[in-house]
Every structure is written in structure tokens, then in C-alpha cells.
Design a protein around this ligand. Structure first.
Ligand SMILES: [Zn+2]
Ligand SMILES: [Zn+2]
Ligand SMILES: [Zn+2]
Length: 198
């Protein structure tokens, strides 16, 4: 387990260590990000990102290097690359695999047994699909509406207070129920309604 920040080497808090954090702060995390490192050497982040996708990026944690030839996305080696493989045979034998959905390397333990993707990406994908299915079943929210929670926040009232006002007839034409969620027309401000609460 890491005990110090991977960027500034300051000790990590016990909480960060428990959560297997790598950086002491968001700032250190950003400073160590590929985008920031690319910008610090005057490279466009988009170019570096594309190179990473193509497998033409050597990234050893400092300034990233873009090469013309394909190289292993994990170790940057240009040797031992088989056709169409993102990883060299050495990294593959070390247990690294390429997650096709998330476009990143993962260890064998993190990969799905049945598909060329890691479990995290698969879980996220399943959740997304479920959400879409649910929306298809109950119908999409009306165009130009926001959830009650958002509307209430904009009005500066709590959700129960707004629900109470709606129950009393306030904004009756502008509120729609979809499934078990209420939606309200998206407006920068709403009609006064303090009378409705009494
Ligand atoms: Zn740090
Ligand atoms: Zn490699
Ligand atoms: Zn993944």
C-alpha cells in the first residue's frame, strides 16, 4: 500500500491509504495527469490522447513521448508486439490485458472472464443499460423539464416544501409525473407561492 503521494511524496492520510489513494490532493492528481504533463512540455493533450489510443505513446510518468511506431501501451516497448495487440507479449505474460470498452490496461484479475473488458467498465455499462431500459419503460421526461429536486434548489426551498405546494395546486400545469419522479418546467425563477404553504 502507498503511504506517500505519488506526486509530491507527502505522507497520505490514513483515510487516503485505506482508500488506496495515490495522491495527497486533487491538485497533485491533476499535476500528475497525462493532460497536465503533456501541456507542461508544450504538447497538445488531444495529440497525446490520440497517440495513446493508437498505442504510439510512451508514458513512464514524466514527460510523455509520442512515437510514430506502435508500442506497448503498458511498458512502451516496441518489441514483442504481435499484430493488433495493444500490449507486448512480456506485459501479457505479466498478466496485463487491454480493456476494450474503457480503453485502458487492466490486470487479469480485473478483467471479465467472458468479455474483453474490465469489471469496472462492465458494471458501469450494465448500470447505464438498466437506466436506459427503465427510461424506455416509464417514458422519457418531458422536454424542458427538470427534476423537482433541481427546481426546489433553484427556488431555495426544500423538496418536501415544494411537494406540499404542488399538492395544493401550485404550478399544476407545469408539473409532470414520470414513473415515480416529478418533473417541473425548467424556469430561471418560479411564481411566488408562499401563500400555498400557510
Ligand atoms: Zn501530493
Ligand atoms: Zn509491454
Ligand atoms: Zn475498463
Amino acid at each position: 500500500m502507498r503511504t506517500t503521494c505519488a506526486h509530491c511524496t507527502q505522507p497520505l492520510s490514513p483515510r487516503q491509504q485505506r482508500r488506496k489513494g495515490r495522491y495527497c490532493s486533487r491538485r497533485c492528481c491533476f499535476a500528475n495527469s497525462l493532460k497536465q504533463r503533456a501541456e507542461s512540455v508544450g504538447m497538445s493533450p488531444a495529440r497525446v490522447w490520440m497517440a495513446k489510443q493508437r498505442g504510439c505513446l510512451i508514458d513512464r510518468g514524466d514527460a510523455p513521448i509520442v512515437t510514430a511506431r506502435r508500442c506497448c501501451v503498458e511498458c512502451g516497448s516496441r518489441r514483442n508486439l504481435t499484430r493488433n495487440s495493444k500490449l507486448c507479449t512480456v506485459c501479457q505474460s505479466l498478466g496485463y490485458r487491454w480493456c476494450r470498452r474503457g480503453k485502458h490496461t487492466a490486470t487479469l484479475a480485473e478483467m471479465c472472464r467472458t468479455a474483453p473488458e474490465c469489471r469496472t467498465c462492465r458494471t458501469a455499462d450494465i448500470a447505464e443499460r438498466r437506466k436506459r431500459k427503465r427510461l424506455a419503460r416509464i417514458g422519457a421526461p418531458p422536454v424542458g423539464s427538470v427534476p423537482i429536486k433541481v427546481g426546489a434548489q433553484r427556488m431555495g426551498y426544500s423538496v418536501p416544501a415544494v411537494l406540499k405546494a404542488i399538492k395544493r395546486g401550485w404550478m399544476a400545469d407545469e408539473v409532470t409525473r414520470v414513473g415515480n419522479q416529478l418533473w417541473i418546467v425548467d424556469q430561471p425563477t418560479y411564481a411566488p407561492w408562499s401563500w400555498a404553504l400557510v
